[in-house]
Design a protein around this ligand. Sequence first.
Ligand code: FAD
Ligand code: NAP
Length: 327
Amino acid sequence: MPRHARVVILGSGPAGYTAAIYAARANLRPLVIAGDVPGGQLTTTTDVENWPGDLPAVQGGELMARMAHHAEAMGAEIVQDVITSADLSRRPFVLAGAMGTKYLADTLIICTGATARSIGLPSEALFRGRGVSGCATCDGFFYRDQDCSVIGGGNTAVEEALFLAGMARRVHLIHRRDRLRAEPALLDRLQARVEAGQIVLHMNRTLEEVLGDEGGVTGVRLRIVGGGAETLKVTGCFVAIGHDPNTGLFTGQLEAEAGYLVTGRADPAYRMMTSVAGVFAAGDVQDAVYRQAVTSAGAGCMAALDARRFLEERLPDAAMGSSMVPA
Ligand code: FAD
Ligand code: NAP
């Protein structure tokens, strides 16, 4: 028997849970499909210092657990499943779960977020899980009192380096340009760690190869921009070079730009609607610019309000609770 809902929300990050809270409060009994990262990206970090109202910081995992509780308390149902295919040419929309469950959705809110990028080196793939990692919060503990490296120059890379500096012997932060793009508050904290000798900056360098043996990573070979190479002895290599939006399910079905789902263009009356009527998107999956927890949550709210209005205006039967397939 397929599961049917007036609003199906794909993803359980800040966008998905906020959309769920708003849709539930509109009595739409939304179904949230949590995906393979329940709680989303914030569950991979520790201190979140810019979530409004949580001073001095809230732990990422705790914040997402609170959001899940909030969504459920309002009447949303959270399902632990991963969607493996989607057919947006039929109505209701049809989604297939990894365990064989079929989901039918009168409206769909896509909040599938983004996934950490890899550099693409064969040695990076070879040592992934054996010294190469994309998550210092998850794996940093293994590098206590050892030397490790972080690749990247954005907020994530600087946060990873700061986190590791609290436990590793020394952290080498490697960036391909001469300027970091991380925000000033993080750069101030980085500067303090650099002055304390806990973090060493290696600017204008790219990762050429991860070195290692059967035991795991033993070093990284760097290419110096403009010529030359150097090797650092490290046992961990954390790659933090940004994220790609998770839109593979919708390739060829929804309009996208540089991989991000386009919203608000097909019908300006619905700011979060994609190129298919009744399909909305919110958060990192459609935002190439801000990519913050609070902006994702805000977009999730907008998408749920749009979905509610869409149901009322275009599918009044579904909005009232009757639907083509039993819930
Ligand atoms: P995500 O949080 O990426 O969630 C995506 C969800 O979609 C996941 O639950 C996943 O399981 C689900 N999903 C994906 N594919 C499928 C599928 N096929 N089927 C079902 N579900 C699926 N932002 C801040 O504002 N402050 C910070 O301090 C901060 N720190 C960060 C630290 C790190 C290390 C990282 C990586 C990011 C940080 N960010 C921070 C950015 C913030 O985490 C993101 O902007 C935010 O999580 C995006 O929310 P989202 O709901 O759009 O997507
Ligand atoms: P990002 O801002 O896109 O930064 C990616 C970094 O990796 C850039 O410095 C980039 O270099 C570098 N890079 C990209 N491709 C590379 C490659 N192939 N080889 C080497 N270096 C490469 O990504 P992010 O840091 O993951 O942040 C993503 C979003 O999450 C941002 O919006 C960020 O603000 C947000 N976030 C916020 C917080 C916070 O608020 N505290 C924390 C973490 C993340 P260039 O600089 O040369 O482009």
